[in-house]
Design a protein around this ligand. Structure first.
Ligand code: DON
Length: 368
């Protein structure tokens, strides 16, 4: 066949340049594969970052609160605590869920205005007052920060642990925290503790007198704890005074919104988002959150962190507040509690919200 005249004559095969071109092609392929992989990584990271920032999106926050409320509102598991007799009379079906952001926005569902007794949810906030007055080292030296792994009212913990009181989030350490408040008299001690809790909530909190009477009249176990601690030099005021003020502290009335704002104050590095008041020095907030992460659920603290991955505190009145540091707090209330004294509906609602928003401290951990 005759070649057209403008076709250059075929060059003999140049192996050197062929090899170069092949190398260039392989390099190009490798580079584009890497770029593709890098792009995938960036996309994944962006997705994760986006899911972790859902906290700033109003629609998502209201939606997840609504979904959590309707998902669990008919759950009947557990029963009201009754070792404090009046708690058994609280309507068991009450259920409220609130997210409060660090700038004070609220997203709510259910019975969010019902006032219930704060109970043990008060404990970290009084521990915070001890830190404010005496510094975090005092909490470490005079009470302890180890989780007991035992129920909140354990007397055995006092015998098991050499230092006796072990943690301000169980009854023994919490009564000790009350006794550590620098006060001139019983009424001064109570006034300071109440004011501190109100500063966290950004509103006045009423003493639920019927709860106080019911609890104080039956406080034999806590009285034993206070007296044992005093005997071991781990209580720092008259034991009966510490017991009375501690019982008053537990009998303060809060609603789910109040609890959420108390948590939002911690999410906001110690400054109340409603009042702008600095309630806890920001450098103590991580220490307090660490306590809540390790002991907030007593002998269920491990299971809680394993699932929800957030520092939180429960109360036998049915309230729970969890904190997403630097972002917001999730509070829930429902009176039916489990064996450990933790509200089942509140626990499930908060765990669900944390999973959906992907805000667990150790990474996004949605429910299966
Ligand atoms: O001292 C008590 O037993 C109660 N005032 C508080 C216990 C409590 O809230 C346990 N929480 N889940």
């Amino acid at each position: 066949m005759k070649l057209p005249s403008n076709t250059p004559p075929r060059q003999p095969l140049n192996w050197k340049s062929y090899w170069k071109q092949l190398n260039a092609l392989i390099l190009l392929a490798l580079l584009s594969a890497q770029t593709c992989h890098a792009a995938k990584l960036i996309a994944g990271a962006t997705q994760l970052a986006e899911s972790r920032q859902v906290g700033t999106d109003k629609l998502d926050l209201q939606n997840v609160v609504d979904v959590a409320y309707s998902k669990y509102k008919d759950l009947q598991d557990g029963a009201n605590a009754d070792y404090i007799p009046i708690l058994a009379t609280v309507p068991s079906d009450l259920f409220g869920v609130v997210i409060a952001t660090k700038d004070g926005q609220l997203f709510t569902a259910g019975d969010i205005d019902y006032k219930f007794s704060i109970q043990s949810v008060s404990k970290p906030f009084t521990a915070a007052l001890v830190m404010q007055q005496m510094g975090p080292q005092a909490l470490l030296d005079k009470i302890g920060v180890e989780p007991t792994g035992l129920p909140f009212n354990s007397k055995m913990a006092l015998e098991l642990y050499e230092q006796r009181s072990a943690n301000p989030l169980v009854n023994a350490g919490a009564i000790a925290a009350v006794s550590l408040i620098q006060a001139e008299s019983e009424s001064d001690r109570w006034a300071q503790i109440k004011e501190n809790l109100e500063n966290f909530a950004g509103t006045e909190l009423p003493l639920l007198d019927e709860v106080y009477q019911s609890e104080y009249e039956t406080a034999w176990s806590n009285r034993a704890i206070a007296n044992l601690l005093y005997n071991y030099n781990r209580l720092y005021s008259d034991p009966e005074q510490a017991l009375r003020v501690y019982t008053q502290q537990c009998s303060l009335g809060v609603n789910t919104k109040d609890l959420a704002i108390m948590g939002a104050t911690l999410a906001n590095a110690g400054t109340n988002p409603l009042t702008g008041k600095l309630v806890l020095n920001s450098r103590h907030v991580p220490e307090l959150l660490a306590l809540m992460a390790t002991a907030g659920f007593y002998d269920e603290s491990g299971a809680w962190m394993y699932s929800a991955g957030l520092p939180a505190k429960t109360g036998v009145g049915g309230g729970i507040v969890a904190i997403v540091p630097g972002q917001f707090a999730i509070a829930a209330f429902s009176p039916r509690v489990n064996q450990a004294g933790n509200s089942i509906k509140a626990m499930k609602a908060i765990r669900f919200i944390a999973g959906e928003l992907g805000v667990g401290l150790y990474g996004a951990n949605p429910e299966e």
